[in-house]
Write a new protein. Sequence first.
Length: 159
Amino acid sequence: MTTTKLEIPNPDTANLAGQPIGYWSWAANKAVIRHIRSAMARVDITQPQWWILNRVDAAPDGMTRQELRDLLAPNLDEGTDGIDLALDSAVVRGWVTGTDGGRFLLTGAGREAKERTMEVVVRVRGEIHAGVTDEEYATVVRVLQRMVENTGGVKALAR
């Protein structure tokens, strides 16, 4: 006599599948960004300043203000104003310097700020990912990318 296994739906899965993705993606975004920015503020840097340091450092010939705006403004609700403010404050702090050609380069002080902040970034990433396996994280990212594509958005993260 052969028996077949009866598949019983997981009530938790059914419940979660009915939850609104708009709410949970918004709540996750707000909580994660708040956590990151709070940790960075404790070492006296903003997230947009961090982006500036990374981008300028990665460009051997530096970057122009417009290149930074084009690359980073989509990540901010404040758009180009937020990037301009972050760049100007990084200049005032001596983290980047402008050239006669309108390009911005990282300074020694900027490298020190970047190294100091990297320690925070690594720690915060660990806090955010606590209890989440790499496989689970990759699944969440793939699902969110698919939903972005399904709704006409752009999934590519500027690197």
